[in-house]
Design a binder for this molecule. Structure first.
Ligand code: F6P
Length: 748
């Protein structure tokens, strides 16, 4: 401690003891010794450990060997001599460590089903289709303030205000840019028939403690609210600690140049080397914290805000460190590489970062990030196809006189409820309603018939399709389609076709729309529930019926100790099997989507049985999706699986007879529920979905044909029906989160 004054010594000792001051060596010591990470000080906290490990592996080349305790003390002495300038509060000498929220696993991930919006100049926004269960966060930085962060270490301890000459106009420009972007978004959401959820009157506003962020809020809302015809007022801003900028502790207010010179002097190195140390993301400011700390706090904080404000759009007014942290987080490259690009503030950097929070994950894009060549090509195709779709709409509002409806593909419950509603609402709007027997096959055979009130009596509760359905592969042939058109065309003058069915049936509807201009509307119906963005009719009823069988199998399994495999249909997808297994608390689930079904059988199914076999009253029920491939039979599913599991169990000691003891000899059996689920009685939920979709189809065909023709109506939840263009109908992603939860492990 030679040569260091009393105050400097005390401060430094305190900082070192608390690990508030750190260098890379300290961080590495901490890693090696396996104790808690340096800035937090909480034993067992892994908040930085993984990131530090990763960082350490990547950064061995730029170790800063010169940081010594003497150097740190000299530096501390210099800082301790400082007197605070005007408006600057230096930190008190710290006495206790600061608690931090543990960092959860963070994985940037793009939201499924996102909409890519072209903002011009090669910039895009990726937005969700609606805000149900999601939060949108528009993050802006304050711009130019009186004490400029390009020259000084400003940070959270300085109550900085906007520079009146340059800062205020810049804040106005940020507001104008946001308002413009929202205008473009509004237009494009409208173009896609999606409800415009970006109403500035409902936005939540959040600021940091620094007055400049509140000033930015004031300028931005002027721009946002200008366009509001009703002169409504924006909500007042709330302050949130996640939005504060980095804490530079004792260095607060120091000119960056002076800071580097002093550090160089103290450590006996040249200024560029000292600058390298200061720029390091783990370099912690004495009495403050490191950039890595801010990064973690910001990402944690934004996840908290996202969770808290679900269903809302939130405007966040913050600092450049917030934007940098978010850009690093959103960048797919490793932290170190992204940090190299965004670690320092650049004037040309964007002022707004758009984030979406969904299912515990933050995802998003900075407006600075363009699309990859592949994404751009996909987007261009989308825009072109979507334009063509709109060009094919010929129906005008209130022009429609008749509809023709059919059910196609594997049948499902709820079709009757939808058909009945089509008839009832159609007649109420003055339309003739015609049904086709047996789907596209019936269309090709001209089995089209006008329906009356009498025909549809009792239809709402009908299991399966009261007008039949069919698979008609020949319909893919264009000649067959042309022949079909000869029957359909007379009805299509001032008329529309409603197709109720799964993905294949909706492809049929799309073909008739695109090739022949048939004003077609799709309603999703399939027990498989495999279409993205919607619940399909029949799914809930199939789960409900499967549940009865599964529950009785569970009961007998627990009584007899038997092992049961229940095979569920799903046409190669595991959504139905997952829903059945999840609600019944099955012991396991084998699905097509699994990357390695054989490993799942050996490790999970047999592993579970090893633990639970012979436990009194324990059931052993596994759900298997049909056709799931495995090495025990070429057709997959339960075939070969039962034999394999039974023969393996037979070799276990639990099965071996012992002298003088009689053993329970449980059997291993398969039950194939198969087609039983398609004829399930419709549950109230399916009837409601069917009626809602059918009602909305007719209402839009009459009043707003441009919002339904060439589209499938997607059921997102009670009261939320949206149109998805038929060309954009896509397969649903398997819900790995539920799968993980079933298996007792949470996914990130
Ligand atoms: O698509 C519905 C569905 O029930 C699937 O789950 C199943 O794979 C398939 O139909 C069975 O089709 P089929 O009626 O031709 O036996």
């Amino acid at each position: 401690m030679r040569g260091v004054g009393d105050r400097g010594q005390k401060m430094l000792l305190s900082l070192i003891r608390q690990r508030s001051i750190q260098c890379i060596h300290l961080a590495e010591d901490v890693l090696q010794s396996g104790i808690s990470h340096p800035p937090c000080g909480q034993a067992g906290c892994l908040i930085h450990r993984d990131e530090l490990t990763r960082y350490r592996l990547e950064s061995t080349v730029d170790r800063l060997e010169f940081v010594t305790v003497e150097g740190l003390l000299a530096y501390g002495e210099m800082l301790a001599r400082r007197t605070a300038g005007e408006g600057i509060t230096l930190p008190p000498i710290p006495t206790s460590s600061v608690d931090r929220v543990p960092r959860a696993q963070l994985t940037p991930q793009l939201v499924e089903d996102r909409i890519v919006l072209d903002l011009g100049e090669d910039r895009f926004w990726l937005l969700p289709r609606d805000l149900t269960g999601r939060t949108l966060l528009f993050t802006m930085r304050h711009g130019i303030s009186r004490m400029e962060s390009s020259t000084y270490r400003v940070g959270r301890r300085i109550a900085n205000v906007l520079d009146p000459e340059r800062g205020v106009p810049k804040a106005d420009a940020v507001g104008a840019a946001l308002a413009r972007m929202l205008g473009v978004v509004g237009q494009q959401l409208d173009f896609l028939h999606i409800h415009n959820y970006l109403d500035p009157r409902t936005f939540v506003h959040l600021v940091s403690q620094s007055p400049n962020t509140r000033q930015l809020y004031e300028r931005v809302i002027v721009a946002l609210m200008q366009a509001q015809a009703d002169h409504a007022e924006a909500l007042p801003p709330a302050c949130d600690p996640a939005l504060d900028s980095q804490d530079f502790g004792w260095v607060t207010g120091l000119e960056k140049k002076v800071e580097a010179e002093e550090a160089a002097k103290a450590f006996g190195v040249d200024v560029p080397t000292a600058k390298r140390l200061i720029k390091h993301p783990l370099y912690s400011y004495p009495g403050g914290h490191s950039f890595f700390d801010v990064y973690v706090d910001i990402v944690d904080g934004f996840r908290r805000l996202g969770q808290f404000h679900q269903g809302k759009a939130v405007c966040v007014y913050s600092h450049s460190s917030t934007l940098r942290a978010l850009m690093i987080y959103l960048d797919p490259r490793p932290f170190r590489e992204a940090f190299t690009e965004f670690g320092e503030y650049k004037e040309g950097q964007d002022n707004v970062v758009l984030l979406a929070y969904e299912q515990g994950l933050l995802s998003g894009y900075s407006t600075a990030v363009g699309l990859s060549a592949r994404e751009r090509a996909v987007r261009e195709t989308w825009v072109k196809v979507e334009r063509e779709r709109r060009d094919r709409i010929t129906l005008q509002p209130r022009q429609i006189k008749r509809i023709v409806a059919l059910v196609s593909g594997g049948d499902f419950a709820g079709a009757g409820a939808a058909l009945k509603e089509l008839r009832v609402t159609g007649n109420r709007f003055g339309l003739e309603v015609h049904f086709v027997r047996h789907g596209f096959l019936g269309l090709a055979n001209n089995w089209i018939k006008a329906v009356t009130e009498q025909d549809t009596r009792g239809m709402g509760s009908h299991a399966s399709s009261p007008i039949g359905s069919s698979r008609f592969e020949d319909f893919k042939d264009e000649q067959v389609q042309q022949a079909t058109m000869r029957h359909l065309r007379p009805y299509m003058e001032d008329g529309a076709l409603v197709v109720i069915g799964g993905d294949g049936s909706l492809r049929g509807a799309r073909a008739l729309y695109e090739a022949f201009g048939v004003q077609a509307v799709g309603i999703p119906g399939s027990i498989d529930n495999n279409i993205a963005g919607t619940t399909s009719l029949g799914f809930h009823s199939a789960v409900s019926l499967a549940n009865q069988s599964i529950e009785s199998l569970k009961a007998t399994s627990s009584a007899m100790g038997s092992v049961f495999f229940v095979e569920i249909m799903g046409a190669g997808s595991g959504h139905l099997a997952l829903a059945c297994a999840y609600q019944a608390r099955a012991e396991g689930l084998l699905v097509n989507e699994h990357p390695d079904p054989d490993a799942y059988i050996d490790d999970f199914i047999l592993g579970t049985l090893k633990r639970t076999f012979g436990v009194p009253n324990k059931s052993h029920l596994f759900v298997v999706a049909e056709q799931t491939p495995h090495r025990h039979h070429p057709d997959g599913g339960v075939q070969g699986l039962v034999e394999y599991v039974a023969s393996t169990l037979a070799t276990w000691p639990q099965f071996q007879a012992r002298p003088g003891e009689y053993r329970l000899a449980p059997t291993t059996k398969a039950t194939i529920l198969g087609h039983t689920l398609r004829g399930a009685p419709p549950t109230p939920e399916d009837k409601t979905i069917g009626q809602d979709l059918a009602y909305e189809a007719i209402r839009r065909l009459v009043k707003e044909p441009e919002r339904v023709v060439g589209c499938m109506l997607a059921y997102r939840g009670p009261g939320t029906i949206e149109a998805i263009p038929l060309h954009a109908v896509a397969p649903k992603q398997f819900d790995w989160e539920i799968f993980a939860r079933m298996h007792g492990s949470e996914l990130p």
